[in-house]
Design a protein around this ligand. Structure first.
Ligand code: SF4
Ligand code: SF4
Length: 339
């Protein structure tokens, strides 16, 4: 079966070179070479994705796992990923998937074309699809085709991403039925330059654009000791969220565990609680702790009267007493998508 497909976004250049226009790296790729992410190859002046339908992992799990806390609470999403990433984070919690190229991992993959994935979602009564595990930008062509087909079948499409799509790629996704995004915010400009070799402004530009296009948006920061856990960095992220996306945007501050090339100890719970407080003090209305099961800051509270509205534990929704999108006590509107 064939998992090679001509890339949707690239430019042909003289001497059989190409410029990939999928993410902001905008790799210039010579004939026979791969791009930075090793998922795209120039063959005789044509750029190909090497992982169309090449699936490293598939599972059906709740929206809360992405995490999405304001998107159809308790709904199930069929979730897939392929291989590799456009970033270089040394703490990657998914390194078994994101640090391998599709060319090396073919024998450990399944092949699932869009028609079959959408049929599986329908058969299993999922609310929608989710592109996750590895960085979805690397398999943009597959994601676009899945989303278009899923949308025709009334499924909601979600993306969990580092947010480094070019504007053209982001617009292509939105035009083809991307409904919700969870973007990872790694830290400040220094964090991005030092660890990800990326430009933070491009990520914020996409945050703003997603919001302007009225797609559902939640943001996540993996809080890592000595990387992004100082007050200035966390306050700066909270401020940026308010300015670019608005105070009602959910911000998940998640616990890091040692992984890949990082051996700093797991994030202390009180550091996450500090991040929560800083976010709230800056004016964010919905801040959540992640990877800390059973913590009260996993729950949704009314920002006006403080009542608990949605409770969560172990990625499961306990109670949800929202009434037509409003707090039943003080009638404040709460921005949670629901049927
Ligand atoms: S998707 Fe890959 S090949 Fe394309 S610009 Fe980004 S890193 Fe480069
Ligand atoms: S962006 Fe995400 S998947 Fe990619 S290396 Fe960083 S943590 Fe891993």
């Amino acid at each position: 079966m064939n998992t090679i497909k001509e890339a949707y976004l690239y430019e042909k250049l003289p001497h059989n070179k190409v410029k990939c226009k999928t993410c902001w790296r905008e790799c210039l790729i010579s004939d026979g070479k791969l791009g930075f992410c090793r998922t795209r190859k120039n063959r005789n002046g044509t750029l190909y994705s090497l992982e169309y339908g090449l699936i490293s992992s598939l599972s059906i799990n709740p929206a809360e796992k992405k995490p999405f806390y304001h998107f159809y609470p308790g709904s199930m999403l069929i979730t897939v990923g392929s291989w590799s990433c456009t970033f270089t984070c040394p703490w990657c919690q998914n390194h078994q998937i994101s640090k391998h190229s599709p060319e090396d991992m073919e024998s450990q993959s399944s092949i699932i074309y869009p028609e079959r994935l959408v049929q599986m979602a329908l058969d299993k009564h999922c609310r929608g699809t989710s592109m996750s595990f590895s960085e979805p930008a690397t398999f943009l062509e597959y994601m676009v085709d899945v989303f278009a087909l899923a949308k025709e079948n009334d499924l909601c499409n979600t993306v969990v991403t580092n947010g480094y799509f070019t504007t053209e790629a982001l617009d292509l996704l939105l035009e083809n039925g991307a409904y919700a995004f969870n973007i990872d915010i790694k830290g400040d400009a220094d964090t991005y330059q030092t660890y990800c070799r990326a430009d933070v402004d491009k990520v914020w530009q996409n945050v703003k654009r997603i919001k302007e296009k009225n797609a559902h948006l939640e943001l996540t920061t993996l809080v890592i000791p000595e990387v992004n856990d100082d007050d200035n960095c966390l306050q700066g992220i909270a401020e940026k969220i308010i300015n670019e996306a608005g105070p009602e945007t959910p911000w998940h501050v998640s616990r890091y565990f040692p992984a890949y090339q990082f051996d700093k100890p797991a994030t202390p719970i009180d550091t996450l609680e500090k991040a929560y407080q800083l976010g709230k003090e800056k004016g964010l209305l919905y801040v959540y702790l992640g990877n800390v099961s059973g913590h009260p800051y996993e729950n949704t509270y009314c920002p006006s009267c403080g009542e608990e509205l949605i409770s969560r534990c172990n990625l499961t929704v306990g109670k949800n007493i929202l009434h037509h999108g409003k707090c039943p006590f003080c009638k404040t509107s709460i921005p949670v998508q629901d049927d």
